[in-house]
Design a protein around this ligand. Structure first.
Ligand SMILES: *Cc1c(COP(=O)(O)O)cnc(C)c1O
Length: 487
């Protein structure tokens, strides 16, 4: 008899039970989690169990109380953040990795797919062949890893190893004023400092202005060592793509690392209509993309590509540790544990890490470049379709022509003085109604309703539905206002 109380097998049975509940969840006809939160909190609230209840009861509780009260993010009408429910094959590959290869080390098929899928992503997005990648937990860490390489490069050129010795002079980063805040956090973690991320003004379309970058670089003189210029291939707020070619040229001439944050927008290059906007991507020293956004992977997968992975090793190595290296022998590889394989754990900030490559491989393998391109084109077309409908309606105003799959617009009415307030109320009502759930954004000083179409489950009907609902709710709010004035 084994002296272990946890069930460690029988997956076919347990997965079938759980799968049934998950399919039920994906009909999306449960009420919102908060509606009956008193019930599920009461059911789940319990003291630390002294003895366990057993897997059967746990699966029961998952099915009954946890899954049905999950997130609205996976709903097809959800268009708020740039996050979405994963496609099925990516969930299956995640599970496969968790069971069959809990770590990315060793000469396994999973590690092979780590490398193969990175090469596929590089080809998919037309990145230079010399670029090599590494997975991490998402855009936040992917940006940190890229900027760690940038810092390494900038300081090595002055004769110091910043990762080993620390920085011997102040450093700074020049970034689009519309860049993601994770760039600031990366600057903080790397010892550069959030306040030393110098914002570069954007134009009314949200694109970094090359002449301002040039000016900022000149103004630096010798006050700080510029570690990187950070541009966007698809800002999170509006989907703006910076003019990469002139920005990359300026960075190169100034001898500064050029980083492109494409966490959301890099897959946009698959849409022939917007592909020309990515000209200059080949000038990048590092590029980031999040498979857990447009590609439909479960949350927890970001990717950094750099033009020299040696820099990553110098920036992030943790050095040899007996218990790891002691398990391998360099003489021959007759067993998957004779060699750790590609030393990914020395190129980023994670030692233990799941096999994310198998997930990315699976989601590309399932539908190919064409399938992914069709999704991206569909979502971009939905944003443009919304824009045309908005333009043709007297109560709607387009605040920004869409670049990718984000459309920023607002409801307008002569009756309502404060349009920001009106649109904030419309937005709240939409969220509470729970079918069409966009977010809001500030666009040139105005509050915009901002759907971002990103989920594999969403399609044209949802774009039309969203607009119809905005019109209905906007009209109701204005009617209510008129009635309250007349009373
Ligand atoms: C989402 C996003 C990030 C952050 O990525 P996470 O995966 O949420 O950590 C960084 N940059 C951009 C442009 C993004 O859209």
């Amino acid at each position: 008899m084994i002296d272990e109380q946890a069930e460690c097998g029988d997956l076919a049975y347990w997965m079938e039970r759980l799968g049934t509940e998950l399919d039920e969840f994906q009909k999306f006809d449960y009420p919102d989690a908060l509606q009956n939160s008193a019930n599920w909190q009461a059911a789940l609230d319990s003291d630390l169990p002294k003895t366990g209840v057993g897997i059967d009861t746990v699966v029961d509780q998952l099915s009954r109380w946890v899954i049905p009260n999950g997130s609205a993010i996976t709903r097809p009408g959800f268009s708020s953040f740039i996050t979405t429910g994963p496609v099925s094959v990516a969930v299956l590959a995640t599970l496969a990795g968790a069971i069959a290869a809990p770590q990315r080390i060793g000469l396994t098929a999973f590690q092979y797919l780590e490398t193969l899928s990175l090469a596929w992503l590089r080809k998919l997005f037309d990145l230079p062949e010399s670029m090599q990648g590494i997975y991490s937990s998402g855009g936040s860490v992917a940006n940190l890893v890229a900027l760690g390489a940038a810092r390494q490069w900038a300081f090595e050129r002055t004769g110091t190893d910043p990762a080993a010795k620390g920085m011997n002079r102040p450093a700074c980063i020049l970034a689009s004023a519309a860049c993601h805040r994770t760039v600031h956090r990366a600057a903080a973690v790397l010892g550069i400092g959030r306040d030393n991320v110098i914002p570069v003004d954007v134009d009314r379309q949200g694109r970094m202005r090359p002449e301002v970058l040039q000016q900022r670089l000149r103004q630096l003189q010798d006050t700080c060592l510029p570690v990187a210029v950070v541009a966007n291939a698809g800002t999170t707020g509006t989907g703006a793509i910076d003019p990469l070619a002139p920005l990359g040229e300026i960075a190169r001439q100034a001898g500064v690392w050029f980083h492109v944050d494409g966490a959301y927008g890099l897959p946009g290059i698959l849409d022939p209509d917007v592909k020309p906007l990515y000209a200059g991507l080949e000038l990048a020293d590092s590029v980031v993309v999040d498979p857990h956004k447009w590609l439909g992977a479960p949350v927890g997968i970001g990717t950094t590509f750099v033009r020299d992975r040696g820099l990553l090793q110098r920036a992030f190595t943790q050095g040899a540790s007996d218990y790891l290296e002691g398990t391998v022998s360099r003489e021959s590889a007759r067993h998957s544990l004779d060699d750790l394989g590609v030393p990914f754990s020395d190129m980023g900030i994670e030692l233990s890490a799941p096999c994310r490559g198998a997930v990315v491989w699976a989601l590309i393998q399932e539908i190919g470049k064409e399938g992914l391109a069709a999704r991206v084109r569909r979502h971009n077309a939905m944003a443009r379709h919304l824009a045309r409908r908005v333009e043709s309606h007297p109560n709607l105003e387009l605040l920004l022509e869409p670049t990718l799959s984000i459309c920023c617009f607002r409801y307008v009415s002569g009756q309502y003085g404060d349009l920001d307030e009106l649109n904030r109320k419309i937005h709240r009502q939409l969220i509470h109604n729970g079918t069409n759930m966009p977010s809001t954004a500030q666009v040139n000083g105005a509050l915009a309703i901002r759907p971002c179409f990103i989920g594999a489950r969403t399609s044209f009907g949802y774009a039309d539905d969203l607009l119809d609902e905005v019109l209905l709710v906007g009209q109701q709010l204005c009617d209510n206002l008129r009635q309250s004035i007349n009373q």
